[in-house]
Write a new protein. Sequence first.
Lengths: 269, 78
Amino acid sequence: MKYFFYLLFLAFTHTYSQSGIITYESIINFGNSAPKKSEKKLFFNESASLYRSVANVSDRKENGQTTKTRSKKTIPIDENTATETVNITYTSTFEPLYYFDVETQQFICRGTLFENKKFEPYIYKDNYARKIQWQLKNEFKTISGYSCQKATTDFRGRKYTAWFTTKIPLPYGPWKLNGLPGLILETYDETGEIYIVAKKIEIPKNVKKFLKKPIEGAQITFREFIERRSHESDDIIKAFMARLPKGTKNVTAKTKRTGFELEYEWEKG
Amino acid sequence: MKRTLLILMTILFSFGAFSSNGGATTENIEHQKEVLSSFETSELILKKDKCVIKRTTTITIDHGTYTETIVLVEYIPC
């Protein structure tokens, strides 16, 4: 009987020794607004990982609504003329999800497209993301008590540095960064626009209820998703132009796109 | 002596006038820059003298890891 409990304990610890939750602090500064600081979680076990925002991990159901904020400011130039600045921000309540399946080696992601003034969720497989080529460096440091090794890579137009630990020998990391011999605890790109660091490491931890494949949303290819997203501003500009009051003499429209990904594999010759 | 004083006063007055004009121009440009600073259109507008901006609309679409900012500028032409 004594051995039975011993074996039961061993089986339990073995099952959960490779599963856990990493809470990351993510600081994104694309320059078009104030730096965005948020918490993200990576749920993982031996067969899969899921990276997502902390906000929606609780039981709060995503309602799919689009949050719209608007601010207006009028600045007088002289007695007869005044300029007006209007800021409108549409924010998706569908958080992006990044699920990596070890067995199939597939990245299943959920993203949103802005269509008819609201965000619609889509599911796509990013097959390029599993082929990240890393260069391991002979540099080491400690993060949250774990000894980490440095690695670098070029991925979609950004040069990343990652610090991974072989104490957790799983190929996962934040966002789509993966494929190292240990879990990534810190990463940043050379421009300083992206910085993600582990703040809390919970191992072992049962993550079964959180580690679910994204299913909500229409299936779409990754390339189609990116191409459709790059045209979403055209409709907004068209709608805006149509609403302009009579007498407006000239309009300049300028679009600035920023994000983790600056270029794609199919764009390279 | 009177003549020298007159010349000196004329020179000083001229300096004052130029200085005043210069100050006003700088102030005007600075003001325009302030209005436009966050919209990256200052270069466009300042190159075209006497253009007056009527309204600038910035629309940001925030997808989480990707943002798109559209800046629409309506202005009275030069």
